[in-house]
Design a binder for this molecule. Structure first.
Ligand code: SAH
Length: 550
């Protein structure tokens, strides 16, 4: 998938379900593309309410836009917000049936490259209209993956000079320009220079190959690693834009200052047991400068990442952007089949590992094994991963397995919160959790039933609102009625009870009953049960627990 990472976080915007098929075909070709659909009309990854406002917001945030609608609609929507030419993202209109690809804006950010990519995915020729492209068969200002343009303003002047009739020559290796119909002359004043060196001269179009590796043999305490790298680059006259990666010994894998340096320099961080090139006796930062791009993936390995994420109750709107980004970055996705399906669709390059709901510890260990090899792994839970879900299982696996597998400690572990079922259900009902409350799982798979009974009694006595997870299953048929019996010792039969089933999913159903009416045939494993406190009230269709207490 060469050349695709330049179009990160691309938004494929559709108005109706008719365009969804083409949208998904385009999405499958890109590393980080999401389908945005009109709320309640299309089941997309991201919902929007107002097409024009949404498009303008995407444009303003610099997000590449592929709109599956007429060019006119896009132009009218964006016209009020058209900003300066160099900063704008690529914007394309694609016919709903995939029969036409029209690059509209963002020539400087590679809209034509993107148009060709999409054209190839849909098997149509893109409607390229840019003069530079047509004349030279290539946009000089959007070099391929592995190369960066040093200065866009200079680039623009360079291309206008060429369009005005001047000739050029190429210094350095630019294989992608071999086919370009550039007016060439061996003695031309205008020069395309492909070099890692930081050069600034008026007659050159400077393009840097990302071919420089910085070996950080030693991570000094309290030292700004990024600054050390910048100094080393400056000493060699090399542009920071030519830097391809930081490389360090594997025993520095958990170093926070290295991570900060890679972030500051905006390059990947790789780890090797021995340096990938001869570093002599030098300590600190050693550079290897190459005049062709390096394949960073082939150097050592990355620090593995394991993110335990919460998907929210079901719908894409209730998933946090942080969870969405983790999914986008994931190479491996693990989880119970239902949730993994909820987290999709996935790209061809993502591996999906579905398991039975009960094999949680094994799943967690498997996740650590994959992440230990340098992969980006995501474990999915519904709702919040810390509420009766995988985050605790993952930490339990680490607790039990780290001695035997010390490499698990090198993994960058993170827990990404989500909207838990009790919170989503409460929001639909109003504010039943508006005052003190507790959450309890009624499952006695992993704890004795007697503990559950004691806790319900104490919660009843403390007058807490109670949110019951896992209320009932075929294997646990009598427990729910028993739990309600205990609650009734402490609450009136008129106490409001909220029953949320499949909240945030297509079959969503919300009911409000009284404690007197509550019985086990009103609930199942997909239901959230919120039993009010003595102060919980009903107002119209709403249920709330006041903030005050007497
Ligand atoms: N980690 C999850 C909870 C897992 S326990 C979370 O934070 O939401 C599973 C229980 O959660 C189910 O038995 C049900 O009681 C509740 N639940 C999960 N998703 C739900 C939904 N969409 N609607 C209602 N209840 C849900």
């Amino acid at each position: 998938m060469a050349g695709l990472s330049a179009f990160r976080s691309m938004a494929i915007v559709v108005l109706g379900p008719a365009a969804l098929d083409v949208a998904r075909r385009i999405q499958a070709r890109f590393v980080d593309a999401r389908v945005h659909g009109l709320a309640n009309r299309v089941n997309a990854d991201i919902a929007y309410a107002d097409f024009g406002a949404h498009l303008r917001a995407l444009y303003a945030s610099g997000t590449p836009i592929v709109a599956l609608c007429s060019a006119g609609i896009v132009i009218r929507a964006l016209a009020p917000g058209l900003a300066d030419k160099s900063a704008e993202p690529p914007v394309l209109a694609v016919a709903q049936d995939g029969s036409a690809v029209v690059p509209l804006l963002g020539g400087m950010r590679g809209v034509n490259v993107l148009a060709r990519e999409i054209g190839a995915a849909l098997d149509v020729a893109p409607a390229i209209t840019t003069s530079g492209e047509l004349r030279f068969g290539q946009c000089l200002l959007a070099p391929p993956e592995g190369y960066v343009l040093a200065d866009i303003e200079r680039g623009k002047r360079f291309v206008s000079d060429l369009l005005a009739g001047q000739a050029t020559r190429i210094e350095g290796r630019a294989p992608w320009l071999d086919e370009a119909a550039l007016p060439r002359a061996a003695d031309a004043r205008l020069t395309v220079r492909v070099t890692p060196q930081a050069i600034s001269d008026e007659h050159s179009l400077v393009i840097h190959p990302r071919g420089v590796l910085a070996w950080i043999g030693d991570v000094p305490r309290d030292d700004d690693v990024a600054e050390c790298v910048r100094i080393a680059l400056r000493e060699r006259g090399v542009s920071p834009l030519a830097l391809a990666a930081l490389v360090a010994p594997a025993h520095f894998m958990t170093s926070a200052s290295l991570e900060a340096a890679a972030r500051a320099l905006d390059v990947p961080l790789r780890f090797c047991d021995v340096p990938p090139f001869d570093t002599g006796d030098a300590r600190g930062v050693v550079l290897r400068v190459d005049d062709a791009p390096v394949d960073v993936q082939s150097i050592g390995r990355a620090r593995g990442r394991l993110s335990v994420i919460g998907l929210g109750p079901g719908s894409a709107e209730l998933m946090t952007p942080a969870a969405r980004s983790a999914l986008t970055a994931a190479q491996d996705v693990l989880g119970y089949e239902t949730y993994v399906r909820m987290a999709g669709p996935f790209r061809d390059d993502q591996r999906v590992h579905m398991t039975d709901n009960r094999e949680e510890l094994q799943r967690a260990a498997h996740a650590f094994e994959l992440a230990s090899t340098g992969r980006r792994v995501v474990v999915v839970s519904s709702g919040d991963p810390g509420v009766f879900a995988m985050a605790a299982a993952v930490l339990e696996a680490l607790d039990k397995g780290a001695l035997e597998h010390p490499e698990w400690n090198q993994v960058k572990l993170s827990v990404v919160p989500g909207v838990s079922a009790s919170l989503a259900t409460a929001a639909r009902a109003g504010a039943p959790l508006g005052h003190d409350f507790c959450v309890l799982s009624l499952s006695d798979n992993l704890k004795p039933w007697s503990v559950i009974e004691t806790r319900i009694a104490h919660a009843g006595e403390a007058d807490l609102v109670m949110a019951f997870y896992n209320p009932l299953s075929k294997a646990r048929p009598w427990q729910f009625d028993r739990a309600i019996e205990i609650v009734k010792r402490y609450r009136n039969a008129t106490t409001p009870v909220v029953l949320g089933r499949d909240i945030g999913r297509p079959a969503e159903a919300l009911r409000v009953v009284t404690l007197g009416e509550l019985k086990s045939d009103l609930v199942d494993m997909r239901t959230m049960v919120i039993v009010g406190s003595s102060t919980t009230r009903v107002v119209g269709d709403w249920v709330y627990t006041p903030r005050w207490y007497e």
